[in-house]
Design a protein around this ligand. Structure first.
Ligand SMILES: NC(=O)C1=CN([C@@H]2O[C@H](COP(=O)(O)OP(=O)(O)OC[C@H]3O[C@@H](n4cnc5c(N)ncnc54)[C@H](O)[C@@H]3O)[C@@H](O)[C@H]2O)C=CC1
Ligand SMILES: O=C(CO)COP(=O)(O)O
Length: 312
């Protein structure tokens, strides 16, 4: 039995997709909708999805998909992780926790040491998955057998899963691409053009790889779905909340603070991580300052363009 914890856009989309294979429980702390989740408009949640506010009922499942925002995951696990030992826990969060500077897999392992820890990540908008459009994702689990079993359990005919044992690489790709998508959005919002966006994507990818490899990831993981694949999607699609947030910053427009924008807090976490590890992450540093309102897009570009010329 599978339960999805977190009834936001992505949790709901995954529950809808998995309903093609059988019963799924979708748990949310406040379910104030029926039939259609306002965070995922236009998608009817089908009958095999049991929508509930009853966490005990959801925790009866052996496989739990944790579809909470990265900055909420630590608090949730501190409260409930003690009841999740021995389960298969799969995080979909794309971010780095600002309080601990840890990724979702380390947060889970800390709170539920006996659990099998996995990460589901890669290029996929909730609306696309929920509509049954073809999607390819990365399922990362350090234990190859457990990873293969999860791959079987979670794949559907249109949700194609590739597996890896590189959990750190997979989760960092998902976290870091959100930061670069804010930068790409800012460039577009400020009217700096598609060539500048391509520069952000390419140099952003170099920055993502540098940090991830430094933290123990395999370089080739970053060239896969969870790294380059998701970076390209998020930096080039209007569907992305991170891109739209960046575009609003670049255009000097307001942005709805109720929308989940993982890249803003993660940029700040990266700035702290870079300082602690002695790493040069210029784009992440600029996004942290931009998102924090400490610098304008014009000044950020000035700083980036004034950096010493170097080898690619
Ligand atoms: N929306 C998308 O297309 C995709 C999202 N993701 C990732 O999935 C994660 C979740 O994102 P979305 O579902 O899109 O966000 P969302 O903003 O649509 O939903 C977040 C949900 O988490 C719930 N929540 C927050 N704190 C909670 C807590 N302490 N306890 C219980 N529930 C809590 C909120 O009530 C809300 O229902 C993020 O890390 C995101 O990057 C990954 C792939 C695609
Ligand atoms: O992770 C995503 C696509 O893979 C969703 O991106 P946003 O959170 O920017 O909407």
């Amino acid at each position: 039995m599978i339960a999805v914890l977190g009834a936001g856009a992505f949790g709901t989309a995954l529950a809808v997709a998995l309903a093609a294979k059988g019963d799924v429980t979708l748990w949310g702390r406040r379910i104030d909708w029926q039939g259609e989740n306002p965070r995922l408009p236009g998608v009817a949640v089908p009958a095999p999805v049991r929508v509930t506010e009853d966490l005990d009922a959801a925790l009866a499942a052996a496989t739990l998909l944790l579809a909470l925002p990265a900055q909420k995951l630590g608090g949730f696990l501190a409260e409930h992780g003690g009841r999740m030992g021995g389960k298969r826990l799969v995080s979909t969060a794309k971010g780095i926790d600002l309080g601990t500077l840890r990724g979702p897999s380390a947060l889970i392992a800390g709170a539920a040491p006996k659990a099998v820890v996995a990460v589901l990540t890669g290029p996929s908008f909730a609306a696309d998955i929920a509509r049954g459009l073809p999607t390819a994702l990365t399922l990362a689990c350090a234990d190859p057998e457990a990873g293969a079993a999860l791959q079987e359990a979670l794949a559907t005919p249109v949700l194609r899963l590739y597996r890896t044992t590189d959990v750190v690489g997979a989760e960092l790709g998902g976290a870091l691409k959100n930061v670069m998508a804010i930068a790409a959005g800012a460039v577009i919002g400020a009217g700096l053009g598609d060539s500048a966006r391509a520069a952000i994507i390419t140099r952003g990818f170099a920055e993502m790889t540098r940090l991830a490899v430094h933290l123990g990831a395999r370089g080739e993981t970053l060239t896969g779905l969870s790294g380059l694949g998701d970076l390209v999607l998020t930096c080039s699609s209007e569907q992305s909340r991170n891109f739209r947030f960046g575009r609003a910053l670049g255009a000097g427009e307001a942005f709805d603070t109720g929308v989940t924008v993982e890249g803003a807090a993660t940029a700040e976490a990266l700035a702290r991580l870079a300082a602690a590890e002695g790493l040069d992450l210029p784009l992440a540093a600029m996004v942290a300052r931009l998102a924090g309102g400490a610098i304008s897009v014009e000044k950020a570009m000035e700083h980036l363009l004034a950096r010493p010329l170097k080898e690619e």
